[in-house]
Design a protein around this ligand. Structure first.
Ligand code: ADP
Ligand code: MG
Length: 347
C-alpha cells in the first residue's frame, strides 16, 4: 500500500506565540490544487487585502497557462500544433523559454511537451489496465522540447509536430506561488507564505517575528520532529508519488512521466527541493524524480544555492551535499498551527 511507504510528511508551524503579529490564512482550491495563503500583519485589513491580491494573481496565471481551458493562450498553441506559430503574451513566452532551459539543464528529464501523453495516462483512479505499448510509443514520438520553436521577435510559439502538446503541471504551481508572494510582499505585511499543496514559499517572518520553520515529521511518529529547516525567504517544493497515482495489477504508477519512455517513473517516493525560487524548485523536483537518486543528486550538487532531500521507495533518505539537517528529534508540543504538506494520502 502506497500509504505505508511514505516515510515523511512535512509540517510547518510557529512555535512562538509571543509578539502577537496576527497571522491569517485562507485555504482554497486554485489550479486544481489546495492553496493555503498566509499573511502576517498586526493590521487585519492589510493581511486580508494581501491574501485577496495573492488569490487574484494565481487566478490570472491559471487563465494564461491552463491547458484544459479552451480559451487560454496555451490551448491556442496546442490547437495550432503542426499548423502555425501563435503569438502570445510576453509572460507566457518567458515561462516557456524558462521551461526549455530546464529541459536543457536536465537533458530532457523535464519536458513540458510530456503532455501529448495526457490522454493515455489517467491518475484519477479510473484506469484499470496499462495503455498498450504502441499507443505509448506513438505519443512518445511527439515529446521533444527541441520541437517547441520560439520566435522572440514575433513573440510566437510553434509546436512543430501535429499532435504535440504542452502542459505546465510540473512548473505552474511554483510560478504562481512566486508571483503571488511577490505581490503580497509589497503590501505592508511583516510576513507571508504561499503553500500550493506542498509547494511553498515564504517571505519575511512568521507571526512570532522569527524565520519560518519547517518541521520534517515522520508520519509514523507524528509527534516527533525528525529535523528542522529554517526557511527564510526560501521555497520548499515537494513532488511525491502519493498524490496522484493509479494502481494496476498491484503496481503503483505515479503521475510523473519519463519523457524518454512514456511510462511513469519508479524508484523515488518523494523529492523536495529547497532554493529561493519556487518555480525553479518545482521544475527541479519533477526533474530529480525522473533522473533518479544518483543522477538527480549529482545534478543538484552541481548547482549553487539549491538543495535536495529525497526518499527512495525503499524508504531511505538522501540529501544533497550541502543540506545539513539539524537532527533534534523533539516532540511537537505547543505549536500554534500546522499546515500539512504533501500528505494527502500519506496517513
Ligand atoms: P506535484 O507537485 O503535483 O507532486 P510535480 O510538480 O512533480 O507534481 O508535477 C507533476 C505533473 O507534471 C504531472 O501531473 C504532469 O502534469 C506533469 N509532468 C509529468 N511528467 C513530467 C515531465 N517529465 N516533465 C514535465 N512535466 C511533467
Ligand atoms: Mg514540479
Amino acid at each position: 500500500m502506497i500509504r505505508n511507504i511514505i516515510t515523511l510528511l512535512f509540517l510547518i508551524f510557529a512555535l512562538n506565540s509571543f509578539g502577537q503579529k496576527e497571522s491569517h490564512t485562507k485555504v482554497l482550491l486554485l489550479m486544481g490544487s489546495r492553496f493555503d495563503i498566509t499573511a502576517v500583519s498586526p493590521d487585519q485589513g492589510k493581511a486580508l487585502n494581501a491574501i485577496e491580491a495573492g488569490i487574484s494573481e494565481i487566478k490570472r496565471i491559471e487563465k494564461l497557462i491552463s491547458s484544459w481551458d479552451p480559451n487560454s493562450q496555451t490551448s491556442e498553441i496546442i490547437r495550432n500544433a503542426g499548423i502555425k506559430p501563435v503569438a502570445v503574451d510576453q509572460e507566457l513566452f518567458n515561462l516557456i523559454r524558462r521551461s526549455i532551459k530546464i529541459s536543457n539543464l536536465t537533458q530532457g528529464a523535464f519536458d513540458i511537451s510530456y503532455a501529448s501523453l495526457d490522454k493515455i495516462w489517467h491518475f484519477d483512479g479510473e484506469m484499470t489496465e496499462l495503455p498498450d505499448s504502441t499507443t505509448v510509443a506513438a505519443s512518445v514520438s511527439k515529446i521533444n522540447y527541441k520541437n517547441i520553436i520560439l520566435d522572440p521577435e514575433k513573440r510566437t510559439v510553434f509546436l512543430k509536430d501535429k499532435g504535440m502538446k504542452i502542459g505546465f503541471g510540473a512548473i505552474g504551481k511554483g510560478y504562481a506561488a512566486n508571483k503571488a508572494l511577490d505581490i503580497m510582499s509589497k503590501m505592508g505585511l511583516t510576513g507571508a507564505l504561499v503553500n500550493a499543496s506542498g509547494d511553498l514559499i515564504s517571505w519575511g517572518k512568521d507571526e512570532g517575528g522569527k524565520d519560518w520553520k519547517i518541521g520534517i515529521v515522520n508520519p509514523k511518529e507524528k509527534d516527533k520532529i525528525f529535523s528542522w529547516l529554517n526557511i527564510n525567504e526560501t521555497a520548499v517544493v515537494t513532488s511525491g508519488n502519493y498524490e496522484k497515482f493509479v494502481t494496476i495489477n498491484g503496481q503503483t504508477y505515479s503521475h510523473i512521466i519519463d519523457p524518454r519512455t512514456g511510462y511513469p517513473v519508479r524508484g523515488l517516493c518523494s523529492v523536495s527541493i529547497i532554493c529561493p525560487n519556487a518555480e525553479l524548485a518545482d521544475a527541479l523536483a519533477t526533474s530529480v524524480f525522473v533522473l533518479g537518486k544518483d543522477k538527480g543528486l549529482e545534478l543538484i550538487n552541481q548547482i549553487n544555492g539549491i538543495e535536495c532531500l529525497l526518499i527512495t521507495d525503499k524508504q531511505e533518505l538522501f540529501t544533497s551535499e550541502n543540506l545539513h539537517l539539524d537532527y533534534i528529534k523533539k516532540p511537537i508540543t505547543n505549536h500554534k498551527y500546522q499546515i500539512k504538506i504533501g500528505d494527502k494520502h500519506a496517513q
